[in-house]
Design a protein around this ligand. Structure first.
Ligand SMILES: Nc1ncnc2c1ncn2[C@@H]1O[C@H](COP(=O)(O)OP(=O)(O)OP(=O)(O)O)[C@@H](O)[C@H]1O
Ligand SMILES: [Mg+2]
Length: 371
């Protein structure tokens, strides 16, 4: 089956001569899959989404929706947004304030070309089904302005789902909601999208949203797509130091490659000795590397068979469900996280520290800032 969305070498430059906002991005989304674009502010997520929607004119590359080319500047192809059969949900609640919930959701069926040909009973049935899906059936007759932010965002979602577009585009739809609601709607959003079997492209800078919602996550930086993979792969096998750091591997050790066999490297960390690590790169002996490690993967108070070190606890911080230890390992500073708030480790003397080789990831130190 052809891709629901195929993006090939997409580039968008807003100003001639300036750095492109989107710089050679390629990926595809099979039908029914949700892809999340994740990355820091300004990395080109929204611009990519707007190019797919047709709201932005790409500089080069090709975009196909459901096997049909909708944008290819080199051949003069540019299908207007309303002929692309897509739904869109944005950060701001794009609802009609003077209408009820039901009227808002029915609006696209009455006014869209793609939704044309709906009889009155069709419209009622589709609107009811969709209100049920987003949990707003009890609010159908309410004026939309009397709803909470989370409810309004459900109206916006219902409105873009009601005509069952091929593809739904979501740009940080939860970022205006409070933390608790954001988590709830995030989980619900995945259920709703999966229940409809809809294909989704979702943009966020929040990694927890990306992990929950995405079948695959694409990490972007400076207009480029660095890695596109399922969440567990992004988390456990980051393709480079930036992806590792952006998705939470906050510890960075510096060292030099002693040797490498396949994806296993041995790194000289100087005074504290050597460490075994995983690497996705063709590292050569003598190269300077950064070793990334998640705080929760370090084992404080444990002496493993390999990668066993000693350290000193400098500071201990309680963070509700977890405790964070700042430790010093031969002059290199590390953060170690443990669940629970028991003061298991004290600050006097040397204690054991094991850094599991599988959770230590070595990357060439190309001098590029990772944060
Ligand atoms: N209309 C525009 N004119 C000129 N530059 C633009 C325009 N829209 C976006 N840019 C620039 O393109 C780059 C990418 O912006 P974009 O909005 O795609 O980032 P983003 O990843 O969505 O960021 P955020 O997380 O802050 O929403 C930025 O440097 C931005 O300033
Ligand atoms: Mg954006």
């Amino acid at each position: 089956m052809s891709s629901a969305l195929l993006i090939e070498d997409l580039a968008k430059r807003f100003t001639a001569g300036a750095k492109p906002a989107v710089d050679g991005v390629s990926f595809d989304v099979p039908p029914g899959e949700i892809v999340v674009l994740l990355g820091p502010s300004g990395c080109g997520k929204t611009t990519t989404l707007r190019c797919v929607a047709g709201l932005e004119h790409p500089t080069s590359g090709r975009i196909s929706i459901g096997g049909r080319v909708v944008s290819e500047p080199e051949r003069g192809v540019l299908v207007p947004p309303r002929e692309r059969d897509i739904g869109m949900v944005f950060q701001s609640y794009a609802v009609w304030p003077h209408m009820t919930v039901r009227q808002n959701v029915a609006y696209p069926l009455k006014h869209r070309r793609a939704g044309g040909g709906n009889s009155k009973t069709d419209i009622i049935a589709k609107v009811n089904d969709t209100l049920e899906l987003v949990g707003l059936h009890d609010y159908a007759e309410r004026p939309v302005v009397s709803l909470s932010g989370g409810q309004m965002q459900r109206v916006a979602l219902a409105r873009s789902l009601v005509y069952r577009p091929q593809l739904i585009l979501l740009d940080e739809p939860l970022s205006n909601l409070d933390a608790k609601l954001r988590v709830r709607l995030r989980d619900e959003l995945r259920r709703i999208l999966k229940q409809t079997g809809m294909t989704g492209l979702y943009v966020t800078h929040d990694q927890s949203e990306a992990v929950v919602l995405g079948d695959r996550i694409g990490v972007m930086r400076d207009g480029k797509l660095l890695q596109m993979a399922p969440p567990d792969e992004i988390y456990n096998r980051p393709a480079d130091a930036f992806v590792a750091n952006f998705t939470g591997a906050s510890n960075v050790l510096r060292g030099r490659v002693l040797g490498r066999t396949g994806d296993k490297a041995t790194i000289d960390l100087g005074a504290v000795g050597k460490i075994d690590a995983w690497t996705p790169q063709n590292l050569a002996a003598g190269e300077n590397v950064r070793v990334a490690l998640r705080a929760e993967n370090a084992r404080l108070g444990e002496s493993g068979a390999t990668n066993a070190f000693t350290c000193k606890v400098i500071e201990r911080r309680y963070q509700g469900m977890q405790t964070v230890y700042d430790v010093d390992m031969g002059g290199q500073r590390l953060e170690v996280l443990e669940l629970g708030t028991a003061a298991r480790h004290t600050s006097d003397g040397e204690i054991a520290l094991t850094l599991p080789a599988d959770a230590c990831w070595a990357y060439r130190d190309d001098g590029v800032a990772v944060e």
